[in-house]
Design a protein around this ligand. Structure first.
Ligand code: PEP
Length: 251
């Protein structure tokens, strides 16, 4: 049985003061026991959030990590071993903003994914198509290619300790949400692709949906059979809204 997960990606938002306030809001939430909750603050605030959430069940992850597992001479990067040392348990790999704006390619993401796992972190692999690709009927092909990159490099077994987030690029931060049916179609295809390699891995892996999820649309999305929770951007910056999404996931 897969446990539902709700993850908040804070992106490049926050100041020490606003992070303190958001963390305080999260501490006060009454969260459903059947839902795993995690937040992904900017690197700079990871320690502050880990300290602030101490004693709660909320896990903390990072939004990115280096392709090298260990610390070393790599100016400006943060090693997954350092994230693990700080107390992170998850890391986002291949968020579309990093694929599109920072130019991260599949080969680099394979290395980041492997390095994160080598340090005991659980990677959350983000996949998704652009609007042009969807309109061209290429959604399943694009997502399938992003997934097979990891399978070919690391084997399907790499997904035993990983989470996948399907995030259509056209739905991220736009207010446009994939319909539950559109999201389910892609989630089912992801699970089928994994099942073709290993049915047990496919059944066990959590598939999150991301793209303008809010309290008002969460329950309908999370009610689909292959949607095991959500990766939440903008709405995760408000503790009450995020809490309402977590409760929708718990129902
Ligand atoms: C995201 O950044 O992963 C995301 C899903 O953002 P939003 O919820 O704001 O669309």
């Amino acid at each position: 049985m897969r446990r539902i997960m709700v993850a908040g990606n804070w992106k490049m938002h926050g100041t020490r003061a606003s992070v303190a306030e958001l963390t305080k809001g999260l501490r006060h939430l009454v969260l459903p026991s059947g839902v795993d909750v995690a937040v992904f603050p900017p690197f700079l605030y990871v320690n502050q959030v880990i300290d602030g959430l101490d004693g709660t069940s909320i896990a903390v992850g990072a939004q990115n990590s280096a392709a090298e597992a260990s610390q070393g001479a790599l100016t400006g990067e943060i090693a997954p071993s350092q994230l693990a040392d700080a107390g992170c348990t998850f890391v986002l790999i291949g968020h579309s903003e990093r694929r599109q704006i920072m130019g991260e390619q599949d080969e680099l993401l394979n290395r980041k994914f492997a390095a994160a796992q080598a340090c005991g972190l659980t990677p959350v692999l983000c996949v998704g198509e652009t609007l042009v690709q969807r309109d061209a009927g290429k959604t399943l092909e694009v997502v399938g290619r992003q997934l097979s990159s990891i399978i070919e490099a690391l084997g399907v077994g790499a997904f035993v300790n990983a989470v996948i987030a399907y995030e259509p690029v056209w739905a991220i931060g736009t207010g446009l949400t994939a319909s539950p049916q559109q999201a389910q179609e892609v989630h089912a295809a992801i699970r089928a692709q994994l099942a073709a390699e290993n049915a047990e891995v496919a059944q066990g892996v959590r598939l999150l949906y991301g793209g303008s999820v809010k309290a008002a649309n969460a329950a309908e999305l999370f009610g689909m059979p292959d949607i095991d929770g959500g990766l939440i951007g903008g709405a995760s910056l408000n503790a009450d809204e995020f809490g309402a999404i977590c409760r929708a996931a718990g129902n």
